[in-house]
Ligand binder design. Structure first.
Ligand code: 6PG
Length: 244
């Protein structure tokens, strides 16, 4: 399936629609598989969504059966301003009844990025009961992602050889010089595209060019933009707000 693009005037409208979809998927996942595996996005765009989930959805999502993961992380302490874990912890996790053992942050404090990536990959393979050799068959119920103005997603940046990775699930990368926190750990495309759903949230005119090309010429978009390479077995759904 290809990309489904849902357009909204304001980010608040996109957040409400996305929260509703998450609740529907979570309910189905828990009813049929006993748990809901959700990967959180980094960056600033999802903070309003997390706040909305914490405020309006403390009981409408089965948080007690939910497992939280991250799509990428900057190699900074969990208390650092740039930490994706810190942002989600403060805006969402502190306010919902998710069991501490169900929160699986990328372990940035255990050593250098390459060691962190190996450890997180082990966490994911154990959780999804996948041996060291297998590329992932089925991973997360939902992977939440953002997109940069250059079309990156998670910490998968344009023209990076990591985009061709087919066996490693988690790798360390160095972000382009223009990016803050250049040393990062990121999911690769296989575990992202083995998710049941991918929901991509973006707001503002600076990201419109990525969406426009995706709609006008999907093949060219897939060649140029890592975010356009996200295609799960249900495709991908883009929640696009014209304004923040
Ligand atoms: C990160 C994110 C990254 C983010 C985009 C958009 O760690 O920065 O994973 O992929 O989603 O850069 O960031 P904004 O939402 O801040 O525009």
């Amino acid at each position: 399936m290809d990309a489904e693009v849902l357009r909204f005037e304001r980010l608040g409208d996109a957040n409400r629609a996305l929260a509703k979809r998450l609740a529907e998927v979570a309910d189905e996942a828990v009813r049929t598989r006993g748990r809901f595996a959700l990967t959180l996005a980094g960056g600033s765009t999802p903070l309003g969504l997390y706040d909305h989930l914490a405020g309006d959805y403390p009981c409408r999502i089965p948080w007690d059966r939910t497992h939280l993961f991250w799509g990428d992380e900057r190699w900074v302490p969990k208390t650092d301003q740039a930490s994706n874990y810190r942002l989600a912890h403060e805006t969402l996790i502190l306010k919902i009844p998710v069991p501490a053992g169900n929160v699986h942050p990328i372990p940035v404090d255990i050593g250098p990025p390459a060691k962190v990536a190996l450890a997180y990959e082990k966490t994911l393979r154990t959780f999804f009961e996948s041996s060291d050799r297998d590329t992932p068959e089925k991973t997360f119920d939902v992977v939440l992602l953002g997109v940069g103005a250059d079309g990156h997603t998670a910490s998968l940046f344009p023209e990076d050889p990591i985009l061709e990775e087919r066996t490693r699930w988690v790798r360390s990368v160095t972000a382009p010089a223009a990016m803050a926190s250049r040393k990062r750990i990121t999911l690769t495309l296989p575990p992202i595209n083995s998710s049941r759903y991918a929901f991509i949230l973006a707001a503002g005119p600076e990201k419109a060019s990525v969406v426009d090309l995706l709609l006008r010429n999907p093949d060219e978009a897939r060649r140029r933009f890592p975010a356009a390479k996200v295609r799960t077995r249900t495709g991908s759904t883009w929640f696009i707000a014209a304004k923040r």
